[in-house]
Design a protein around this ligand. Structure first.
Ligand code: F0G
Length: 351
């Protein structure tokens, strides 16, 4: 019997760990790369979904968190802190439990999905709702980590990026080479930075023959990189990427430019359309922010920017169960029937 051991054991030689690093893991990574039939037909390409919602806490953050918490434990930290739009806090809280540490999380008041709040609570995090947005939370988390005995586990911590780059390794290991295009949602811009690092490392070592063009998509109301300026009051229904001043802004620009890629925006309407398409036509339930990658691919295809025949991977970053409000909103209420087969059959359109 063999199961996936988690990203640190699977990619130990490519990560900044030593034999004495205590590995804190929930066996994250090893996520499905799912062929997307409808998206492939629509674009004339071979489209795959990297389903990061299949990670232990339901998002890609677990890849970075196993690294950040393991290294924090090695350095003797007793407590960790992060700012979060929800997923980082859920992940930090769970991995802190595994490490026997205290976790503190700072979230923007009223702007995180219920499932994520539930995760932080049930894992026993100390939660502060900050009267501000994510960017304010990050400023506060940095200040606390500089002045108090608590380790910062946001993606400004470089070992987070190291862990997250393993998703690119998995894709190349699965496909035999890098795709032509890799599409991602962009919030704080850590993940696009991480994938680009992973792809360039594999190419430099000859594991992959090429690197992909990196395509990142922000939500229109929270698109500082597209606008070229900080967005003071970011807005979008995709609360995970409601960020106005991304910490890894410069790295995202480097990933775009070095790869010959692009960073563009998608509207909330386009995000929700892609969200529904993924669930209803591909069978993959993601949270709204995750659908920004697919929304971006569809937008680019409609603009004629997608040449047919290419191999494309879209990362869908988080599980749909995190934020089910958008699945229920606008959907018809299920009808109630008595315990009667004839009535049920009639209501189901079977009779
Ligand atoms: N998708 C989801 C589901 C996310 O939670 C995030 C970021 C992103 C995409 C964007 O990734 O920030 O690396 O560009 N969530 C962070 C958090 C900010 O606090 O959970 P990014």
């Amino acid at each position: 019997t063999h199961q996936w051991r988690g990203i640190i054991e699977e990619y130990r030689d490519r990560l900044p760990v030593t034999g004495s690093t205590p590995v804190v893991t929930l066996r994250e990574g090893g996520t499905p790369l799912v062929p997307a039939q409808v998206l492939s037909e629509r674009t004339g390409c071979e489209v795959h979904l990297k389903v990061e919602g299949a990670n232990p806490t339901g998002s890609f953050k677990d890849r970075g968190m196993t690294m950040a918490i393991s290294r924090a434990k090695e350095e003797g930290a007793k407590a960790v802190i992060c700012a979060s739009t929800g997923n980082t806090s859920a992940s930090a809280a769970a991995y802190a439990v595994r490490a026997g540490m205290v976790s503190a999380v700072l979230v923007p008041q009223g702007k995180i999905a219920l499932g994520k709040m539930g995760q932080a609570l049930v894992h026993g995090a100390k939660i502060l709702q900050v009267d501000g947005n994510f960017d304010d939370c990050l400023t506060l988390a940095r200040a606390l980590s500089e002045n108090y005995p608590v380790a910062l586990v946001n993606s400004v911590n470089p070992v987070r990026i190291e862990g997250q780059k393993t998703a690119a390794f998995e894709i190349v290991d699965m496909l035999g080479d890098a795709p032509d295009i890799h599409v991602l949602p962009v919030g704080n811009a850590g993940n696009i930075t991480a994938y680009w690092k992973g792809y360039t490392e594999y190419a430099a070592d000859g594991v992959a023959a090429k690197t992909p063009r990196m395509w990142g998509f922000q939500a229109s109301g929270s698109a500082p990189i597209v606008r070229g300026e900080i967005v003071k009051d970011p807005s979008t229904i995709a609360t995970a990427i409601r960020i106005g001043n991304p910490a890894s802004w410069q790295y995202a620009l480097a990933a775009r430019d070095e790869s010959g890629g692009l960073i563009d925006e998608v509207t909330d309407r386009e995000i929700l359309r892609a969200y529904r398409l993924l669930a209803a036509q591909e069978g993959v339930f993601v949270e709204p922010a995750s659908a920004a990658s697919v929304a971006g691919l569809l937008k680019a295809a409609e603009q004629g920017k997608v040449d047919p025949g290419q191999r494309i991977v879209c990362t869908v970053t988080g599980n749909g169960l995190k934020d089910p409000d958008w699945a229920v909103a606008g959907a018809p209420q299920p009808v109630t029937v008595p315990v009667d087969a004839a009535t049920a059959a009639e209501r189901l359109g079977l009779a």
